[in-house]
Design a protein around this ligand. Structure first.
Ligand code: GTP
Ligand code: MG
Length: 328
């Protein structure tokens, strides 16, 4: 049995309630859908800031400073730290990754880590649902921190309204391996650890890469936005004010050009697709995998009494019949 939590409970902003709902969003998804339905319809989604970059580049340090600058202006801010390792460790490494001790006790700040788990289509739909919950609880900004520069990060980054890509001076070679999609997805590049001697060289490399990327992508979403490179020393708070301003400018740019709306409709579309995939998996595919019928079909395919193509056609037909039964 799960405890019934009301929409009012979430809207009250009680952190324990929010934490509990997010756990349900992750683990007892079906049960929490009625609540999500209610919350979604009466909630303006928070502004989403994505931050990604190589391990140890200083993302959490920067997030901590940024969040403090926002709460100083009376904003409520939530941070979702995406943990790629928890698929294997069951979340045991989470504590190490967040390192945001100072802000976790701060009023008006909520921190949560979540797993990506190898979802079909890449993105764990629970992340979007969590954003719905946090928005309903009154958080005006939600920061999503991911580590790495791979496809999964790009998917998560695509959720965000404004995406920060963090690099460091020593990432010289690493940056060459950034996926092209990540270069495009970055709305603001942050060159952190600017206190290190090779920082200015790295700044030049980054600038060249962005220019090259820009001339190759005239039609990309960001064609009217000049992607800034902000140099920071996260540990000292240097450059944070500039970074804060860059985020604000990008937000203004999005709302002026109506791109925020465009981005949101894409995000919603993706979420609907993810929910459908999840539904099909839970209601049709997974139960089938458990059933003796499926074993028979596999045996039939091995023995060449049937073939995978025909088998799938027949399975889909039987799903349809099943669906007909539900509807009657
Ligand atoms: N010299 C220097 N060190 C920094 C700077 N910013 C962060 N660090 C240090 O770099 C280390 C990693 O910082 P984090 O903020 O945890 O980096 P992260 O990118 O969140 O790390 P993961 O989440 O594990 O990928 C810490 O020891 C920080 O103190 C900086 O500007 N200069
Ligand atoms: Mg971190």
């Amino acid at each position: 049995m799960i405890m019934e939590i009301s929409a009012e409970g979430v809207r009250s902003g009680d952190e324990r309630i929010i934490a509990r709902v997010i756990s349900q969003v992750e683990n007892q998804r079906q049960q929490v859908f009625p609540l999500l339905k209610e919350l979604y319809r009466s909630t303006e989604l928070a502004y989403l800031v994505g931050i990604t970059g190589p391990p140890g580049s200083g993302k959490s340090t920067l997030v901590e400073k940024l969040v403090l600058s926002w709460t100083a202006e009376e904003e409520k801010v939530a941070v979702i730290a995406i943990d790629p390792s928890s698929e294997f460790s069951g979340g045991a490494l989470l504590g190490d990754r967040i390192r945001m001790g100072k802000i976790s006790t701060e009023k008006n700040v909520f921190i949560r880590s979540m797993a990506t788990r190898g979802y079909l289509g890449g993105l764990n739909p629970a992340i979007f649902d969590t954003v719905v919950v946090l928005s309903a609880a009154g958080y005006q900004k939600v920061v999503i921190e991911t580590v790495g520069v791979g496809q999964n990060e790009i998917d998560i980054v695509r959720l965000a309204d404004t995406t920060l890509v963090v690099t460091v001076p020593e990432a010289g070679d690493e940056i060459q391996t950034f996926k092209a999609g990540l270069m495009e997805a970055g709305d603001i590049f942050v060159l952190n650890k600017a206190d290190q001697p090779t920082a200015s060289r790295m700044g030049l490399i980054l600038k060249q890469m962005l220019e090259m990327n820009d001339s190759e992508n005239h039609s990309s979403d960001n064609s009217d936005w000049e992607v800034p490179i902000v140099k920071t020393v996260g540990t000292e708070g240097e450059g944070i004010e500039e970074l804060r301003r860059a985020v604000m400018q990008h937000r203004d740019f999005l709302s002026r050009s109506q791109k925020e709306r465009y981005n949101r409709s894409r995000v919603i579309r993706n979420h609907v697709v993810h929910l459908m995939e999840e539904f099909l998996r839970n209601h049709y595919i997974d139960p089938l995998l458990e059933s003796p019928v499926f074993q028979e079909i596999l045996a039939g395919i091995s023995a060449r009494k049937t073939d995978p193509y025909t088998a799938v056609e027949q399975l889909l037909k039987s799903f349809n019949k099943e669906q007909g039964k539900h509807e009657n």
